[in-house]
Design a binder for this molecule. Structure first.
Ligand code: SAH
Length: 176
């Protein structure tokens, strides 16, 4: 294989200012009480990659400016708009009023499996990701329109939350 890795300047990325002028993706990420600021930062970096319109940081989530968030976000905390909510439920209710379909990204009895999930054309989705230990709050799962689960084949019960952000956002973004 004759190939060459691209230089950063050849990637032609937009600036943080230009990011905010891009057409909306219709996708919002909601982080429900994420304990690790590194996971929050990683969610920012991935959200930036897929042009997520907003990140809602709920409950105990660290918020920018934070050295720990910056370490894994690499500046994406400056491009992706974000908002802090004391209570995840308030964020979810407000997003529903804005017209978003609320999706609990979680392993539940009646979850839709990601491989079979086709987003609606023109659909707007708020994707709620849960705490590293407790997952998405049960009352938030109850309030969601449906749950979306990433199928797994190995021994571990769940994925790291920031990894699940990547898997879900790629799947939805690539089909919208
Ligand atoms: N034991 C916890 C695991 C939390 S993992 C629990 O009871 O839920 C942290 C978060 O990552 C979850 O709340 C969910 O949002 C996401 N996640 C991890 N693995 C997932 C999977 N297979 N499908 C969907 N979401 C997943």
């Amino acid at each position: 294989m004759k190939d060459r890795k691209l230089l950063n300047i050849e990637l032609g990325r937009v600036s943080a200012e230009e990011y905010r002028e891009l057409p909306p993706s219709g996708l919002v990420v909601v982080l429900d009480n994420i304990r690790s600021a590194h996971n929050v930062g990683s969610a920012f970096r991935t959200s930036d990659s897929f042009k997520i319109d907003k990140v809602c940081l709920c409950g105990i989530c660290a918020v920018p400016p934070s050295a720990e968030i910056h370490k894994s976000a690499l500046g994406a905390e400056d491009s992706v708009p974000w908002q802090h909510w004391d209570d995840t439920m308030d964020a979810v209710m407000s997003l529903r009023e804005e017209g978003y379909t609320i999706v609990a990204v979680e392993q539940t009895v009646n979850s839709q499996k990601l491989d079979a999930f086709v987003p609606e054309e023109g659909g707007r989705y708020a994707l709620v990701f849960g705490n590293e230990v407790d997952g998405v709050r049960q009352d938030v799962v109850d309030a969601a329109d449906f749950a979306l689960e990433i199928p797994q084949w190995g021994t571990k019960h769940s994925l790291n939350v920031s990894v699940s952000v990547g898997v879900i956002l790629w799947h939805l973004r690539s089909q919208m």
